[in-house]
Design a protein around this ligand. Structure first.
Ligand SMILES: [Cu+2]
Length: 143
């Protein structure tokens, strides 16, 4: 065997090991990245948005079901005042939330509603109604 061939084999092996190390480093980096991403996504609170429109069903979507801990926000993109008022605020059964006058282009948000059934309406336009259901956070997901 010529010295050149031996030299090529040695350097070839060196390159092979170098590539393997690079690949392993890449995998370790990727794994750490995925773990960090996973913990970030898990830690980020989930969010549901409802838009208040001019036409039926006005609160869009009108029926919303979320898990406890989900942030719910109502956006009012219209030039009229609206409110997001829990039925309990007007029937004396306990007021869970009331946005008051939600100005045009404003958003009203709720973060920590306990599990329950929350029908609500707009106090300016009582015909505008919606329902919010908050489920226990550990119930199995519906798919
Ligand atoms: Cu309204």
């Amino acid at each position: 065997m010529s010295t050149t061939k031996v030299h090529q084999m040695r350097t070839g092996r060196k390159h092979f090991l170098g590539n393997e190390l690079l690949k392993m480093g890449g995998l370790v980096f990727l794994s750490v990245f995925m773990i960090l991403l996973g913990s970030f996504v898990a830690a980020a609170p989930s969010m549901t948005r409802i838009t208040i429109g001019t036409f039926f069903p006005h609160y869009s979507p009108k029926f919303v079901q979320v898990r406890a801990g989900t942030s719910i926000s109502w956006k009012n993109p219209r030039a009229a005042f609206h409110s997001i008022t829990h039925e309990g605020c007007t029937n004396g059964q306990g007021c869970a939330f009331d946005s008051g006058a939600n100005c045009p282009n404003r958003t009203f948000s709720i973060d920590h509603l306990p599990p329950g059934y929350y029908p609500y309406h707009c106090s300016f336009h009582p015909i505008i109604r919606g329902v919010l259901v908050v489920l226990e956070s550990d119930l199995p997901t519906e798919s």
